[in-house]
Design a protein around this ligand. Structure first.
Ligand SMILES: Nc1nc2c(ncn2[C@@H]2O[C@H](COP(=O)(O)OP(=O)(O)OP(=O)(O)O)[C@@H](O)[C@H]2O)c(=O)[nH]1
Ligand SMILES: [Mg+2]
Length: 461
């Protein structure tokens, strides 16, 4: 495969009515929010603009963004009028003839650019805003595009929450013999949808099958890597917070400032992770809004320590180790490597022999001197896990959230993995993991387990 001759990129013209989301689709495929101009107003794209989709370093697809069709009925009439006088044999010839006479048709300046590009492309992606009523102008559009004699793949956009309209459009396209179509919420990116696009192209462009397969495999690999990188980043966050310890002197006791520092540490650690995750998936503010992430200006809207947060995820604020004033503060005290809730076990640890004593030496010494470690309570770490798992889910499944306006948290997303508290406990025993990823075998095993939970959950719901 590697030694194959240089691949000539497949030319894909992205066409459709103005404002259907052509430029948005290309941005999504390129993962480049800088490509072209996007606007609510019609007629944003004025020129044909090329961009390439790469497989490794090689351009496999050349995407051509085109201006939108405006008055396709008038255009069809003009073409029909020309066909009466023109000598051209095929419809493609007629289009060529029309393009050559561009000067006679200044009102179709934009459309002519589209026709020119369609004639020299291998396939047309016909982007449709399914919210639009099925008017004659769209049939005219299809009729004009068909004249280029190229395979056409209708791409239904704005499908979220518009399933009836989608069905009508599907039937309409079938009447034009366009049976293979694609649903693709352009701003709602989902890798599976992108893959389906390439697969449809495979069936339309048989001779390019293998090249497209290479592309699918490559993009799948890239996508998997992104997911793993993101899951590892979340694990790092969990470890950093679970392993946090702050020694409290017995004289001064636990002060409000101590709690404040701990909370700020947790907030800023989660904040950094959020930034990194948005970066990994190239999420822009627009994406954040559409996906309805509870994030504003790159920050979580709801404070992790607000009681509403615990309730939202079905965790019990009253279950904190320190009840009363400390409930919901996210704090726990740790003695002998165990939270205070389990402090009665300290005696057992002391009696457990030298191995245990050596392991917890520092804590035991601190405990015996009357010192305590302030740490982050189980509920807070659990909450971090749950909300970041949901974030990852949203980042990888754009569009699903856009479909249901309600802020729904389903049972699957709320449930902690069976071994969660065991793993949390192991993390707590390794304060040295707070800083950085370790190559330690135990660390790697725990990391694999937690990233496994994070990634598999995406498919679970
Ligand atoms: N919610 C939602 N908005 C979208 C989607 N696709 C495009 N938009 C919005 O629709 C508007 C038009 O998108 P463009 O990508 O500029 O459309 P276009 O077809 O390139 O438009 P012209 O260049 O003017 O022909 C923009 O405001 C986009 O943000 C989508 O899938 N979902
Ligand atoms: Mg555009």
């Amino acid at each position: 495969m590697k030694h194959e001759a240089h691949v000539v990129p497949i030319k894909v013209a992205v066409v459709g009515h103005s404002n259907a989301g052509k430029t948005s689709l290309i941005r999504t495929l390129l993962r480049d929010d800088q490509f072209g101009d996007i606007d609510e107003a019609a007629g944003t794209t004025r020129y044909v603009e090329k961009s390439a989709i790469l497989s490794a370093d090689e351009a496999v697809l050349d995407l051509f963004d085109t201006p939108g069709f405006e008055d396709s009925s008038a255009l069809l009439q003009a073409l029909q009028a020309l066909s009466k006088t023109s000598e051209s044999g095929s419809s493609a010839d007629l289009l060529l003839d029309f393009i050559e006479r561009a000067e006679d048709y200044p009102e179709f300046e934009q459309e002519i650019k589209v026709l020119r590009q369609s004639l020299i492309s291998n396939v047309l992606l016909y982007i449709i805003d399914v919210r639009e009523p099925l008017l004659g102008k769209y049939s005219d559009e299809v009729e004009i595009l068909s004249m280029a004699g190229k395979p056409i793949l209708p791409v239904f956009n704005f499908i979220a929450g518009n399933s009836d309209a989608l069905m009508r459009w599907r039937q309409q396209m079938a009447k034009f013999n366009l049976h293979a179509a694609l649903e693709f919420d352009t701003v709602a990116f989902e890798f599976e949808a992108e893959k389906r696009l390439y697969q449809k192209l495979q069936s339309l462009l048989e001779q390019h099958y293998d090249v497209l397969q290479t592309l699918i495999d490559y993009r799948q690999g890239v996508w998997n890597n992104l997911n793993h990188a993101a899951a590892r980043r979340i694990f790092q966050l969990i470890a950093a917070v679970a392993c946090y310890r702050r020694e409290i002197s017995s004289e001064a006791g636990l002060s409000e400032a101590d709690i404040g520092w701990m909370q700020d540490y947790v907030r800023s650690t989660e904040q950094q992770a959020l930034q990194d995750l948005l970066t990994i998936f190239s999420f822009t503010q627009l994406d954040v809004d559409i996906q309805q992430l509870p994030v504003r200006d790159g920050e979580w809207e709801l404070d992790l320590f607000s009681p509403a947060m615990l309730k939202d995820f079905g965790l019990n604020a009253g279950a904190t180790a320190l009840k009363g004033a400390a409930a919901g503060a996210g704090i726990d005290l740790m003695v002998g490597g165990m939270s205070l809730g389990a402090a009665s076990m300290l005696g057992a640890a002391l009696g457990a022999g030298w191995a245990a004593v050596r392991r917890y030496q520092q804590e035991l010494k601190a405990a015996l001197r009357g010192h305590r470690w302030l740490c982050v309570d189980d509920e807070t770490v659990s909450l971090l896990f749950l909300r970041n798992r949901r974030l990852l889910h949203s980042l990888t499944q754009r569009g699903h959230a856009a479909q249901n306006k309600l802020h729904v948290i389903n049972e699957v997303q709320k449930k902690l993995p069976g071994r969660w508290y065991k793993v949390l406990n192991i993390l707590r025993q390794h304060p040295q993991w707070q800083q950085l990823p370790s190559s330690n075998i135990e660390y790697t095993e725990i990391q694999d387990e937690v990233t496994g939970w994070l990634i598999s959950n995406e498919k679970a719901d």
